[in-house]
Design a protein around this ligand. Structure first.
Ligand code: SAH
Ligand code: F3S
Length: 467
């Protein structure tokens, strides 16, 4: 009998994985690790020991793509002489890319992670030098799915959990609907069960993730099939109800969520945030632009007037809530007056913090195909710098309000700058750094704020409050 390649290798197989991009990718990487470990593959941090090298990639902006290309170039030496091992696998949103096809043995898109072990075995068993399996983009017809569970890590106390996958919003600049497919929501049973499980395992905080988390919707398979939760038969569970259920079922676990598209955020969600002390008081509310003309070109489905009234609602119902943003500068047809409208919006809201990007056209999107990328690079850069500088001023303004106050902080780990300090976050998602004293990771402590930078609060444990 012909010996296949797999049988010539010594098991177990070691794999090495790197993760790029957003929180969802970080969480997906933990899901992949969970799937591979259940199938007998072993994780290694040592590149040279690995039989399989996996890069979980991001395609959201050109810059992300370039950094992965650079990394692949750096890793190329590991596969000299056209040898079969290590196998190179590209996972995630760049799996469709044909670049580097001479180095890559297989690529698997974000909707096919359950198939990873089978695909690796298939590639290994093939006696050819290499085969290519592009399992990238399944159009999933089902509206709901069982949740994919990330690996549980004993050292961690905070984690992410994706409750929706894909996105139906079709913002014209965004590649996500093309790389991750149609939006689907996980069953509330599997979400609640996994969160309870996380709490039992020692996690103290979970962040519910979705590209557009507020549009979470479960309708339990039609009218006949109702959902039995807490003695009530519910036919439909939307995001506000899910939050409400979770917050009551795991009252000592902090709950965060991201990302909220302003178009989909309901009043009920804001009310549920105010009702439960364990739902953190922070909303990430990407606006993308302060100009209605640009929002329309982006297909964002809200106006600045609506956005501002949403902010007002949040601040009146949950006054202590922090608000962060994403903004893109230099989108197609953005003129100076549109940019000034973005600046004016920022001045009105005075966000706590934000993520700012200069527009990069992504192949396949509406903007790439139909609109002109007509803002010169130097203008994009200048506008980006202006909004980053302005955000810094607003962040400092917000941070100064914490001076002298006492903040409840969940300790997450050692501060990067000083081994003797902890870092953690308050409910508003602001990082707080303070000397350790006798406290431990995973504890919630009260910290008196004595100083700040534009991104960090600095303080010391308040002995009176912690008694
Ligand atoms: N689902 C989120 C966004 C996910 S992508 C939402 O509702 O807004 C994260 C951020 O990347 C976006 O908010 C946007 O600011 C930025 N981004 C996405 N595509 C981009 C592109 N082509 N160029 C520059 N920035 C982009
Ligand atoms: Fe992208 Fe818009 Fe969805 S930014 S992820 S298409 S909400």
């Amino acid at each position: 009998m012909k010996k296949n390649f797999l049988s010539t290798l010594k098991t177990p197989f070691f794999y090495y994985i790197e993760s790029y991009g957003c929180h969802m990718n970080t969480s997906d990487t933990e899901i992949i690790i969970s799937i591979l470990s259940k199938n007998g593959f072993l994780l290694t941090n040592n590149l040279k020991k690995a039989h399989i090298i996996l890069l979980n990639t991001c395609a959201i902006r050109k810059k992300a793509e370039l950094s992965i290309e650079k990394r692949l170039d750096n890793l190329r030496y590991l596969k000299s002489n056209n040898q079969k091992i290590p196998l190179f696998g590209i996972l995630g949103c760049l799996s469709k890319s044909e670049k580097y096809s001479n180095l890559i043995d297989f690529s698997i898109g974000p909707n096919s992670y359950r198939k990873i072990p089978d695909i690796i075995r298939l590639v290994m068993m093939n006696d050819e030098k290499k085969i290519k399996i592009h399992f990238y983009y399944l159009i999933i017809k089902m509206k709901h799915m069982k949740i994919l569970v990330p690996i549980h890590n004993k050292k961690k106390i905070t984690t992410f959990l994706s409750i929706t996958r894909g996105c139906d919003n079709m913002c014209t600049f965004c590649i996500v609907p093309f790389t991750r497919g149609r939006e689907r929501s996980s069953s509330p049973y599997s979400i609640i069960k996994e969160c309870e499980n996380l709490y039992e395992k020692g996690y103290k905080e979970v962040t519910l993730l979705g590209q557009n988390v507020d549009s979470y919707l479960w309708f339990g398979g039609g009218l006949k099939k109702k959902i039995k939760i807490d003695n009530s038969n519910e036919k439909i569970i939307d995001f506000s109800r899910l939050l409400d259920l979770l917050a009551s079922k795991i009252p000592f676990m902090r709950i965060r969520f991201s990302t909220s598209n302003p178009h989909d955020m309901s009043d009920r969600v804001i009310e549920v945030i105010s009702k439960h002390s364990n739902i953190c008081k922070h909303i990430h509310l990407p606006v993308q632009s302060g100009s209605n003309k640009i929002l329309k070109l982006m297909n964002r489905k809200y106006t600045i007037e609506k956005y501002l009234s949403l902010i007002q609602k949040i601040r009146s119902i949950v006054p202590e809530c922090s608000i962060s943003h994403d903004i893109i500068t230099g989108f197609c047809n953005e003129e100076e007056e549109d940019h000034l409208e973005t600046i004016s919006l920022m001045n009105k809201v005075k966000y706590d913090y934000g993520y700012m990007f200069s527009y990069s056209p992504r192949p396949g999107t509406y903007a790439y195909k139909k609109l002109k990328d007509n803002v010169p690079e130097n203008v994009k850069k200048r506008r980006l710098k202006e909004i980053i500088d302005l955000q810094r001023i607003h962040s400092i303004f917000r941070m100064k309000k914490y001076l002298g106050t006492i903040q409840e902080v969940l300790i997450e780990g050692k501060s990067k700058k000083n081994n003797q300090d902890w870092y953690g976050r308050n409910t508003q998602n602001i990082v707080v750094v303070f000397p350790k004293k006798l406290s431990k990771i995973g504890e919630t402590v009260f910290v008196k704020i004595t100083n700040c930078t534009s991104a960090t609060l600095i303080g010391k444990i308040d002995d009176n409050e912690n008694k």
